[in-house]
Design a protein around this ligand. Structure first.
Ligand SMILES: Cc1cc2nc3c(=O)[nH]c(=O)nc-3n(C[C@H](O)[C@H](O)[C@H](O)COP(=O)(O)OP(=O)(O)OC[C@H]3O[C@@H](n4cnc5c(N)ncnc54)[C@H](O)[C@@H]3O)c2cc1C
Length: 284
């Protein structure tokens, strides 16, 4: 089916795009790679009289290090660009690996990180790892920019803290301290992940400090704090056994629904296995 008729706008700068979105209000939507939006518009699940193509906005492009302390990924970076970017590969190989495993090559070359996060489809890979890495999203609106921790950006299925007329400009990820490790493991039988778990660890005077976040099986992604506490400060060799013992209780606390990807129990079980795999990848 074709989408309902709409007018296409092609602003050349962020300022122009924000002005257009402010004028057109909820009759308009932003269009980046179109991998989610066009499917929904063709199915007539979403209808907009105006579509604002944001692909030409220079302010949303590029991947760079800023202040020597954070990796800044422009919202229009495609999963494919991120997976191959030398800075991402050098500083956050776990995020490059995640990006390289999203969907298929057709989706990766068109789909953007901004589109993934703003659409907030629950079965997505990036949110869990971005939360574990303490990422921040940069939102631009007509009154200026604001920064929001990734953990506060997605509020639930297809729902975010983005205000009407705001555009995501970038995702900022603090550069990991030397010796830090992170990994993301996911599993699914359909195109999107049924469950995914991100693990991150860094050395402290009290031993290894851990972060665990589960995603895709629940929305928003959820921190597995009880599992973190169980692993805190343990020698590396003891961590796998403790995860096997404590992960089931940690994931039992998640709000998970049965869906096409599997039953809630099945996805919770997947998450326990994925937590172990992600932790082992950090320790390897
Ligand atoms: C077949 C298929 C398989 C997939 N598999 C996976 C998978 O395995 N793992 C995974 O994580 N994801 C998966 N995805 C989702 C994929 O990652 C997203 O479709 C893609 O990243 C969306 O980006 P886009 O640029 O195409 O967004 P668009 O379709 O252009 O936009 C999506 C939504 O976000 C809004 N938007 C886009 N950019 C911005 C911005 N900068 N600021 C504000 N709003 C914005 C749009 O208005 C729209 O509402 C899959 C998708 C498909 C179609």
């Amino acid at each position: 089916m074709l989408p309902a008729r709409f007018e296409l706008h092609r602003p050349e700068s962020l300022q122009q795009a924000l002005a257009l979105l402010a004028t057109l209000g909820d009759d308009a939507t932003a269009y980046a790679g179109g991998t989610e939006l066009l499917i929904a518009m063709k199915a007539r699940v979403l209808r907009y009289a105006h579509v604002v193509d944001i692909k030409r906005l220079p302010e949303l492009h590029g991947i760079r290090i800023e202040d020597g302390s954070k990796l800044v990924i422009g919202a229009l970076s495609t999963h494919h660009q991120i997976a191959r970017d030398p800075l991402v590969l050098q500083h956050l190989p776990s995020y490059a690996e995640l990006s390289d495993n999203i969907a298929n090559i057709r989706v990766r070359v068109a789909g953007t990180i901004g589109g993934n996060l703003c659409f907030a489809e629950p079965h997505a890979d990036p949110p869990a790892l971005l939360c574990a890495l303490d990422a921040v999203v940069v939102l631009a609106g007509k009154d200026g920019r604001r920064r929001l921790p990734m953990a506060e950006f997605i509020l639930g299925e297809f729902t975010t803290a983005r205000e009407e007329g705001e555009l995501m400009q970038a995702v900022e990820i603090p550069l990991p301290a030397p010796g830090s490790r992170s990994a993301y493991r996911a599993f699914g039988q359909l195109e999107r992940p049924a469950a995914g778990v991100a693990a991150a660890c860094h050395a402290t005077p009290q031993g290894l400090a851990w972060r665990f976040w589960a995603g895709a099986l629940c929305s928003p992604a959820a921190r597995l704090q009880a599992l973190e506490d169980s692993c805190q400060g343990l020698p590396a060799r003891d961590v796998p056994a403790v995860i096997i013992e404590h992960a089931p209780a940690a994931v039992a606390a998640l709000e998970v629904q049965d869906d096409l990807h599997g039953s809630a129990d099945y996805k919770r079980h997947l998450a326990t296995v994925l937590a172990l795999r992600a932790a082992k990848a950090c320790l390897s």
